[in-house]
Write a protein that binds this ligand. Structure first.
Ligand code: ADP
Ligand code: DP6
Ligand code: CO
Length: 323
């Protein structure tokens, strides 16, 4: 089939409240535990894909710079196999999120690539199939196919491991304030970090058990419109993930001194009666979970300590879509 039509997709990043941290199948990207996230309006990736039989190799440009194409090609091979085509592709992508800094660029990246590449290859995938495809690029990407609150059911094989949306309680106007502590590329990618933890942390099996309980408890808190418990579980789950990293061999941590400083500020705000909680992914940047009514007071305090340009306010974002 000759298909030189270009498709462009936009997908938003998501930040996990119950984290995915460890694979039981590294090739298929099947996680050890189910996870739950919030898709964010403020951060996203736009990706255009054109399959062109005149190309002799895949090409990948990120933010107007030519990149090593190997990871993207491996992903495109999965799409080509499903669509039964051989053509190489041009991929142009722009991140409206810092890359490789613990702000989930791989989630928005592979959700956008899955949507644009599957359409450009002539596939019409339903949402569960699109989520499964995005998962093959980066696990967290399977959740960015949907907007709002999203659960990734771990499943046990390729067919059963995908994400779906979870109902947002009516009175929950959740916001996430991102404090940008560093946009340097992390030294240990999420992929390497979680692999080392699975292989060496003596606490890994406890993590799997405890995150299963956290997921049940956070869904109960959502069903009961209980923001306080929702926030507390999110914060604790994130700290358990970071504790795993410190217990790995060789041990490592994504936290920077300013991460700790920000976490202490959040704990102080709670003592003043403001309901806010922190989470951090595989990077030093702190995300503060709060309700819309408290955003301006929290932003003020963070701006005073870190500078207002470091403080970005996000709320619930949309599903991946073609543009
Ligand atoms: P992050 O915290 O940003 O998700 P990860 O370590 O999970 O960091 O993933 C970073 C990987 O995602 C890198 O290999 C990077 O090249 C890739 N990536 C980031 N943005 C894009 C994009 N727009 N298209 C394709 N790959 C991307
Ligand atoms: C800490 O999805 O980036 O953000 O599947 O290896 O590409 P790969 O990893 P990735 O890991 C995300 C880890 C996390 C937690 C989460 O998003 O659930
Ligand atoms: Co990532």
């Amino acid at each position: 089939m000759i298909n030189a039509t270009t498709y462009t997709a936009r997908a938003h990043t998501n930040i996990a409240l119950i984290k995915y941290w460890g694979k039981k199948d590294e090739d298929l990207i099947l996680p050890m535990n189910s996870s739950l996230s919030l898709t964010l309006d403020h951060f996203y990736t736009e990706t255009s894909v054109t399959f062109d039989e005149k190309l002799s190799d895949d090409l990948f440009f990120l933010d107007n710079q030519k990149q090593d194409v190997s990871n993207v090609s491996t992903f495109l091979d999965i799409v080509r196999k499903k669509a039964n085509i051989q053509s190489k592709a041009q991929v142009y992508s722009t991140n409206y999120v810092p890359s490789t800094a613990g702000l989930a660029s791989s989630a928005s990246a592979y959700a956008a690539l899955a949507l644009a590449a599957s359409k450009a290859a002539g596939l019409e995938l339903d949402k569960p199939s699109l989520s499964r495809l995005a998962r093959r690029g980066s696990g967290s990407a399977c959740r960015s196919i949907y907007g709002g609150l999203v659960e990734w059911q771990a499943g046990f094989d390729d067919e059963t491991s995908f994400a779906y949306p979870i109902k947002m309680p009516n009175n929950f106007e959740i916001c996430m304030i991102a404090l940008i502590i560093s946009t340097n590329h992390k030294k240990i990618s999420s992929r390497m970090g979680m692999k080392r933890v699975v292989e060496t942390s003596p606490y890994y099996s406890n993590w799997v058990e405890s995150s299963k309980k956290d997921l049940l408890a956070i869904k109960k808190a959502l069903a009961e419109n209980d923001f306080k418990t929702f926030g507390e579980i999110s914060e604790e789950n994130a700290m358990k993930m970071h504790a795993l990293n410190m217990s790995a061999h060789p041990h490592f941590s994504y936290l920077e001194p300013d991460s700790i400083k920000a976490m202490k500020i959040v704990e102080g705000l709670r003592l003043q009666g403001i309901s806010c909680y922190y989470t951090l992914d595989a990077g030093p940047n702190v995300k503060v979970i709060c309700l819309k009514k408290d955003v301006s007071s929290i932003v003020n305090i963070f701006s005073n300590s870190f500078g207002h340009e470091k403080v970005l306010v996000a709320s619930s974002g949309p599903a991946a879509h073609l543009i």
